[in-house]
Ligand binder design. Structure first.
Ligand code: SF4
Ligand code: SF4
Length: 216
């Protein structure tokens, strides 16, 4: 089934409020089917009887794209004038939405990069100790405390995963959360002193050590 992108938004504007889509001049169309096979958004169908391309899903068209018009060998495809998009951008003040989207994109990218870095680090790890802990650490900024404890040491805490059974239970009823993380070093086989620092932070914050196991 062909995709329907008409319910999507373009930088906060409902797609159906934007009259940006191709129109085909039937007299010029030579039925080459290039637009039909090239548009990845399935805007076109091809009428075999008339040997003409047909704009079937106009709101699937990507706002600002003119690829099909550019490649049409007969010049049979038209779009609104060039300044249409600029007027639209001003009218709907989309730049604020664009800034927010750009920030989200940047944050996701930074997360992916940090994740890749951690994976790379894991490949070089000489020693790893996995900790499982439980307690009221969410509101105690325990990660910052871990960081301060080991920031000058040849080790790191990676793959921190936190599990909270329910947000309301956690904040209102003070139910404890659960976390798992690994203390790793790419330099030293014996990281006992650094593990002790982590354990001291746990103790100082009344976080219970459930398990501690060497994984590398
Ligand atoms: S690319 Fe142009 S000529 Fe070819 S089918 Fe599409 S509209 Fe017609
Ligand atoms: S402009 Fe781009 S997205 Fe729109 S119909 Fe043409 S090729 Fe498809």
């Amino acid at each position: 089934m062909a995709k329907d992108l008409s319910k999507t938004e373009w930088h906060g504007i409902p797609r159906t409020e934007i009259p940006w889509f191709p129109t085909i001049n039937d007299d010029k169309c030579i039925g080459c089917q290039l637009c039909y096979v090239s548009c990845g958004r399935e805007v076109f169908e091809f009428d075999d009887d008339r040997r003409k391309a047909v704009v079937e899903r106009k709101y699937n068209c990507l706002v600002g794209c003119t690829t099909c018009a550019t490649i049409c060998p007969a010049g049979a495809i038209d779009f609104p004038p060039k300044d249409f998009i600029q007027k639209l951008e001003k009218e709907y003040k989309i730049l604020k939405v664009v800034r927010e989207t750009a920030q989200e994109k940047k944050t996701k990218k930074e997360y992916e990069e940090a994740r890749a870095k951690a994976a790379e680090l894991l490949n070089k790890v000489v020693t790893a100790v996995e900790f499982e802990v439980t307690g009221h650490f969410a509101e105690r900024q325990i990660m910052a405390k871990f960081y301060n404890a080991i920031k000058d040491d040849p080790c790191d805490v990676i793959y921190i995963s936190i599990e909270t059974p329910s947000l309301k239970d956690c904040w209102k009823e003070q139910a404890p959360s659960y976390a798992k993380f690994r203390l790793v070093s790419t330099e030293y086989a014996d990281i006992t002193p650094y593990a002790e620092k982590i354990k001291q932070v746990l103790k100082d914050n009344n976080v219970v050590l459930v398990a501690e196991r060497k994984t590398a």
